[in-house]
Design a binder for this molecule. Structure first.
Ligand SMILES: Nc1ncnc2c1ncn2[C@@H]1O[C@H](COP(=O)(O)OP(=O)(O)OP(=O)(O)O)[C@@H](O)[C@H]1O
Length: 222
């Protein structure tokens, strides 16, 4: 059974088409790139997969569950059980320290408090000594590593990473891809990386190419 199974997914924003995916699936344990230029709907698709943004039409099955047939509480539960997300803008909670950010992720996922799991997740991203730091005292790269640790501290089956490398130089791009792939291995998770960064292409062979639909519409109208 595929971990992700999408059929007839459509979405428009302000009357402009953003997503149109007739069929797409990702088998458990495979990794996949979501490729497409800026504005092609990568973030919209990530949010639809995670149960954060309802698409206009179509079906998303995650581990056999129809995400958008569930009520909000059941969707939250499914997200907590299955998914870890590295948001494009990271979304660390500024008022909480690094350790508390990870504890919060486990709490939201309905998992028991586990200081060992939090410490291990931070150790794996090289930040075992920054448990008590507030996000504002971290470099951008450190914040991103905290966001990766937070995504995996719940042992997700699916890691969604939205544009994790586009702002990074070559060396850090390679490091972040290494880290994401390593963490996916540790969790035996499927990794889905949304990107327009050519440098990631060599690292993951499976891909879904998203065209920029609004540009096609504009092209036809012109
Ligand atoms: N709140 C919004 N209001 C209006 N248009 C929006 C809104 N959010 C997204 N869009 C539009 O929807 C389209 C898809 O946006 P989305 O962020 O999913 O693309 P993306 O591929 O992730 O882009 P990027 O690589 O720049 O992050 C874009 O054309 C964008 O302008």
């Amino acid at each position: 059974m595929p971990l992700i199974d999408v059929t007839g997914l459509r979405h428009a924003i302000a009357g402009r088409p953003v997503l149109d995916i007739p069929q797409w699936s990702v088998e458990t344990g495979r990794h996949c790139l979501l490729l497409g230029p800026s504005g092609s709907g990568k973030t919209t698709l990530i949010h639809a997969l995670a149960g954060l943004k309802r698409p206009d039409g179509g079906r998303i099955l995650l581990d056999g569950q129809a995400v958008w047939d569930l009520d909000a509480a059941a969707r939250d539960h499914l997200r907590g059980r299955l998914i870890g997300i590295v948001f494009q803008t990271l979304h660390l909670v500024a008022a909480l320290d690094v350790g508390q950010n990870l504890h919060l992720a486990r709490w939201l996922a309905g998992l028991p408090r586990d200081a060992g799991a939090v410490a291990r997740a931070l150790d794996r991203v090289g930040l075992g000594n920054r448990l008590a730091a507030k996000p504002e005292h971290l470099s951008q790269g450190e914040k991103q590593r905290v966001a990766i640790a937070r995504a995996v501290v719940t042992q997700p089956k699916l890691i969604l990473a939205d544009e994790p490398t586009s702002a990074l130089d070559d060396e850090n791009c390679a490091l972040v891809m290494d880290l994401l792939l390593e963490q996916a291995d540790v969790c035996s998770a499927t990794l889905l990386v949304a990107t327009h960064d050519e440098r990631t292409r060599a690292r993951i062979s499976d891909r879904l190419d998203l065209p920029k639909l609004s540009a096609q519409t504009e092209g036809r109208a012109a």
